[in-house]
Design a protein around this ligand. Sequence first.
Ligand code: CA
Length: 249
Amino acid sequence: MKTQATAITTTGRRSNNEDAFVVDHELGLFAVADGMGGYDGGEIASRLALDEVREFLRALRDDPEQTWPFSSDPALAPAENLVDQAIRLAHRAVIEARTHARPKMGTTIATVVRPDERGPFVVAHVGDSRVYRWRGGELTQLTRDHSFIEELRETGAIAPEEELPYLRNYITRALGVGGWSRPTVTRVDSRPGDRFLICTDGLTVLDERELARHLAARSSQVAAERLVDAALARGSMDNITALVIDVAA
Ligand code: CA
C-alpha cells in the first residue's frame, strides 16, 4: 500500500489565504506554510518557501553528487541535513524576494519528509505551524512552537497549560524574517497505521482531544475534512490548513 495523504486549506473568515501546502509522493515531501506580511506578501512567501524546498529535494534526487549550499551539521543525520539545507535555502529565497512593497514578508514552515522510502520520517519546522503524530488514538505533538509564549513555558515563567491570548500570534522565528532562522529538525519513528497531521495555527483552536478524535476517521480525506470543519465551527478567524498523512505498511 502506498502512503496516502490529504491536504485541505481554506481561507475561512479572512479575505485571502496566506497558507499553502505541498504533497509530493515522489519526493516523500509533505509540508505546510503560513505566510505573513500584508498585501499579497504572505501568499507569496508561503508559496515561494514550499517551492524552494521542493526544487532543492528534486535537484538532489536527480543529481546526488550536487554540492550543498551550506556546510552540513555534524550533529544531524544525512536525511536531517537534507531537510535542514532545504529550509535554509527557502529562508534565503524569501529574504531575497522581499521588496519595499512587502518589507515584512515571511512565513512559517512545517514539514514531514521521507527522502528514502525505507528510511525514517524527518520532521522540521520554523515558527508555529505544527506536526502531530496520531497512533492508535494517542496524539503526540512532535514540534514545539517557535513562539514567545512557548519560550515563557520553557523557562517556567508561565505554567504549561496557561494561555495568554494577546501573545498567541507572536512567533520568534520565521523564514525571511530576523536575520537567521534555523529550523528545528528531528527524525521520528513511525509504524504502519500511524497518521501525521501538519497544520497551521488556524487549526489549533481545537485542543488535542478534539484533534485526536477527528484523526480517528476512516481515511485521511475524512479526517482532514472533519478537522477543518470543526475549526471553522469553533470560530477560527484565520486561514486553516490540515494535511493528514497515512503511514503505509
Ligand atoms: Ca495563521
